[in-house]
Design a protein around this ligand. Structure first.
Ligand SMILES: Cc1cc2nc3c(=O)[nH]c(=O)nc-3n(C[C@H](O)[C@H](O)[C@H](O)COP(=O)(O)O)c2cc1C
Ligand SMILES: Nc1ncnc2c1ncn2[C@@H]1O[C@H](COP(=O)(O)OP(=O)(O)O)[C@@H](O)[C@H]1O
Length: 322
């Protein structure tokens, strides 16, 4: 996939471009249908499939408290590439850009820069100043500039609309099985392994790889999860705690994973952790011994869950380690 980080980097229109536009936070099953439609259309026209997205997410710029994201920008890029899109145009989103009129977006960007031959948007899409670039507007522009507009219907799973907002709620509630169905993959957190309080291995008997959360990260329900850990081109089973370690009166929120059958120093290394199942809430224990006893029980339950999902886990692993 060819990535342009600004419209200025594009100096000639593409062949038979079929374009879709969106924020695509989470690249969920609804977004995936848009990409599939674009890719399918360009197969018949031998054209170029193009996705336009924004970075940062417009609501991070426009809302006073920002917004918590399901996927990082890097993950979004990877997932769009996996969806088979040829060209990704990332528009740096600023308050200035937000003033762009819908007319200018269509004329200057879609028609002139990209040479749009077909546009694919979701059922509720609207963009530009005051959300004036709605579907009715796009259809009219399409008639003027000769590009048909395909509107992809809302995607429902078991009667529920799939949306980034709903998925954020599920993650906050620790509903990992439902999140998996709506996303079309496991919910994943990522980060670089940080040095912690050096208690995990020495005091408790369970070393944990610690990841910190950033300001814009969505934080799943605090507590203990069964996980699949992707590290160094391999997948491992693991168990994760998200919280403040109340047993030790800590003040910083961390996501700590004990990786099964693993014994390496991975400080400073990138780690991806798929959250498979919420097991229990974080608790304050009388001391490290009681906590260790509970973790031994948690590990046994986690291994049982991993065993039950062994086949799916092997399949999802091969998809993530290339
Ligand atoms: C599976 C698992 C469950 C945990 N559950 C709790 C808990 O309920 N309460 C708590 O205070 N800490 C819990 N912890 C966090 C430990 O307190 C933490 O791993 C330990 O303090 C080591 O911290 P360190 O990595 O900074 O050295 C849990 C850790 C793991 C791996
Ligand atoms: N099985 C394992 N799971 C997680 N981390 C491990 C494991 N084995 C070794 N490690 C290493 O040990 C570190 C964690 O040790 P720990 O005693 O919890 O210290 P810290 O407080 O710095 O997290 C990890 O960051 C990693 O480098």
């Amino acid at each position: 996939m060819k990535i342009y980080r600004s419209p200025d980097e594009i100096n000639h229109p593409f062949t038979n471009s079929c374009v879709t536009i969106g924020n695509f936070d989470g690249v969920h099953t609804g977004h995936q249908q848009l990409f599939a439609t674009v890719v399918e259309k360009t197969k018949t026209t031998k054209g170029t499939s193009i996705a336009i997205t924004f970075d940062p997410h417009p609501l991070q710029v426009l809302m006073p408290d920002g917004i918590k994201l399901i996927s990082t920008y890097a993950q979004k890029e990877e997932l769009i590439e996996k969806a088979g899109i040829d060209v990704l145009l990332v528009i740096p989103f600023t308050r200035e850009f937000a003033k762009t009129t819908a007319e200018s977006f269509v004329n200057d960007l879609l028609v002139e820069k990209l040479g749009v031959k077909e546009l694919v948007v979701g059922y509720d899409y609207a963009f530009g100043k005051g959300r004036s670039g709605n579907i009715e507007f796009l259809r009219k522009q399409g008639e003027i500039f000769n590009f048909p507009v395909t509107v992809v219907d809302a995607h429902y799973i078991e009667g529920e609309l799939v949306s980034s907002t709903k998925i954020r709620e599920m993650v906050r509630e620790g509903q990992m099985a439902k999140t998996r169905i709506f996303l079309g993959r496991n919910y994943q957190i990522r980060g670089t392994v940080q040095v912690g309080k050096q208690r995990g291995g020495k005091v408790i008997g369970f070393p944990t790889a610690n990841l910190k959360f950033n300001e814009e990260d969505l934080v799943p329900k605090h507590g203990v999860y069964v996980t699949q850990v992707v590290y160094g081109g391999r997948c491992y089973g693991g168990i994760l705690n998200i919280g403040y370690n109340p047993t030790f009166d800590e003040k910083q929120l961390v996501a700590e994973t004990h990786i099964f059958d693993f014994n390496e120093d991975i400080y400073g290394k990138p780690l991806k952790v798929n959250l498979l199942k919420f097991l229990r809430s974080e608790r304050k224990f009388a001391g490290p011994e009681e906590l260790a006893e509970q973790i031994i029980k948690d590990v046994a339950v986690a291994k049982q869950v991993l065993q039950e999902h062994a086949v799916e886990l092997v399949m999802s692993c091969s998809d993530q380690t290339e």
